[in-house]
Design a binder for this molecule. Structure first.
Ligand code: FAD
Ligand code: EPU
Length: 423
């Protein structure tokens, strides 16, 4: 399908102004001349700039510069962009809300900022509604829109920063729920040939903080819309311990989706630093998975090590550590064959615990640091550079590897960098 005809569902358009994050500021920088194409004067006047500071566009608040920048509002914008010399001659990076990226240095290439708007009801019956969302819609705006309409499924994913188009990239998850549970499909433009392709759940190969877009399709597709199936008769998921505790403290026995969302927002506001105050990108590393045997060995040296059994990485319990089938220690006892758990089953260990045990929690080196309330969150106290934050991440990774023999894998996308390679 040609990209210019693919975005043809405007008759159901609900609220086109649900577009880009409210803190996005457009810097007024001179327009780049195209060598063999007309300027990118699209119907939506996609802004096109050079030498732009990315500080307002990444939640770490790293002050780096991108050589070139274009903001995409429509499929036509992509089609035009792909025909330019600038696109063909320079490397590119697709940016959403910038809440899961670390720029170690200036970006010598083209930033493609996705701001495709719109939320469309595709179909509905008395039980479900199927909604297609432009990739530039702010994720939490979509969550609130669903809450306001009484559509369940996204309430546990309240308050996750970023845009809808990035949500499938790492199969966002929180408080017992992952995106894949409501996901139907997405549309994405293949950047090599400009064709739009559809990816259903199977093709996306979702697992814990992972999808095909972090592996074989990395950087090759621009996601333009995401389609979700929501529940008009929602079933609540309050399997995550602190969520359940907060609701029962408030005397809420039969929570509504609004109750669950409020509780999630309260837990998150307490635990996680607000990026508009302290720069961060949420969890810097993924929670590692070890075999049951390895976990049992670790328990010999560290009897208080927490672990959560994971039966199948691809099922819905694979995402959230504290909702993944119950904690093994200290309440569950040591893993043994006779203890009812197979020593060969996988166990997920909280990376935050490993990092805290290495003494990093609350530490600060210049303006790069580790959050005082959550050891998995690296923070920029003001003027930290991307290279300083990456250096701290490497230090943490090496220390954890030395002490526990566990290699942490970054969750944050390091742009043109790698945690394993020293400069
Ligand atoms: P960006 O950071 O802009 O991009 C992330 C990656 O996706 C990049 O590789 C980028 O190239 C690619 N990408 C973005 N948009 C597109 C597109 N349209 N097409 C193709 N590729 C694209 N995550 C969770 O899963 N659970 C949480 O609970 C959670 N909590 C967080 C809390 C805080 C305080 C912060 C700062 C982050 C948190 N995150 C969490 C991480 C982050 O919010 C999510 O990963 C989010 O989906 C990133 O969205 P974004 O638009 O900011 O993506
Ligand atoms: N812990 C520590 N020290 C700390 C913090 C936590 O030891 O400073 C230990 C505790 O044992 C705690 C456990 O870590 O019980 C788990 O902590 P938490 O419930 O905060 O969850 P998490 O595993 O650190 C994950 C996601 C979050 C998501 C929450 C809630 C990953 C990498 N992170 O964090 O997602 O919001 O669960 O579901 O899976 C993100 O991806 O950016 C993100 C914030």
């Amino acid at each position: 399908m040609d990209v210019s005809t693919a975005f043809n569902y405007t008759s159901y358009y609900l609220f086109p102004l649900f577009a880009s994050p409210s803190n996005v500021q457009i810097h007024s920088i001179r327009t780049i001349p195209f060598t063999n194409n007309p300027p990118l004067n699209t119907p939506s006047n996609a802004p096109y700039k050079e030498r732009i500071s990315l500080k307002p566009y990444n939640t770490f608040g790293i002050d780096v510069t991108a050589d070139y920048w274009v903001e995409i509002f429509h499929l036509d914008d992509i089609a035009r962009l792909l025909g330019t010399d600038l696109y063909r001659q320079y490397p590119h990076f697709i940016l959403g809300g910038g809440s899961n990226v670390l720029f170690p240095g200036d970006y010598h290439g083209l930033i493609i900022k996705n701001s495709i708007p719109g939320v469309t009801v595709i179909s509905e019956d008395e039980c479900h509604v199927v909604v297609r969302t432009g990739a530039g819609v702010v994720w939490d705006d979509l969550v609130r829109h669903c809450l306001n309409n009484g559509w369940g499924g996204l309430e546990n994913l309240s308050m996750i920063p970023g845009l809808t188009g990035a949500a499938p990239i790492q199969n966002i998850g929180a408080y017992g729920v992952e995106l894949k549970e409501t996901f139907v499909s997405l549309d994405a433009v293949q950047l090599d040939n400009g064709q739009t392709e559809s990816f259903d759940r199977e093709r996306c190969q979702f697992s814990y903080r992972d999808s095909i877009f972090k592996r074989s399709c990395k950087g090759r597709y621009l996601i333009t819309s995401v389609t979700l199936k929501l529940d008009k008769k929602p079933k609540m998921n309050i399997s995550y311990g602190p969520l359940k505790a907060m609701l029962s403290e408030k005397g809420v026995d039969q929570p509504t989706i609004q109750d669950v969302s409020r509780a999630v927002r309260a837990v998150r506001s307490y635990k996680l630093p607000d990026p508009s105050i302290t720069g961060n990108a949420g969890s810097f590393f993924k929670n590692p998975l070890v075999t049951g045997d390895r976990f049992a060995q670790l328990q010999d040296s560290y009897p208080d090590i927490p672990g959560y059994p994971v039966v199948d990485q691809s099922d819905s319990t694979g995402g959230d550590i504290t909702a993944s089938g119950g904690k093994i220690t200290p309440s569950g006892g040591k893993i043994t064959s006779s203890g009812g758990r197979s020593p060969s089953s996988s166990v997920k260990i909280p990376a935050a615990w490993l990092i805290e045990k290495c003494g990093f929690k609350g530490m600060r080196d210049g303006d790069a640091g580790v959050h005082k309330r959550h050891a998995l969150i690296l923070v920029n106290h003001g003027r930290a550079s991307g290279e300083q934050l990456l250096g701290l991440a490497r230090n943490i990774r090496e220390t954890v590897l030395e002490k526990f023999g566990i290699a942490l894998e970054p969750e944050v996308n390091i742009v043109n960098g790698d945690i394993g390679i020293k400069p």
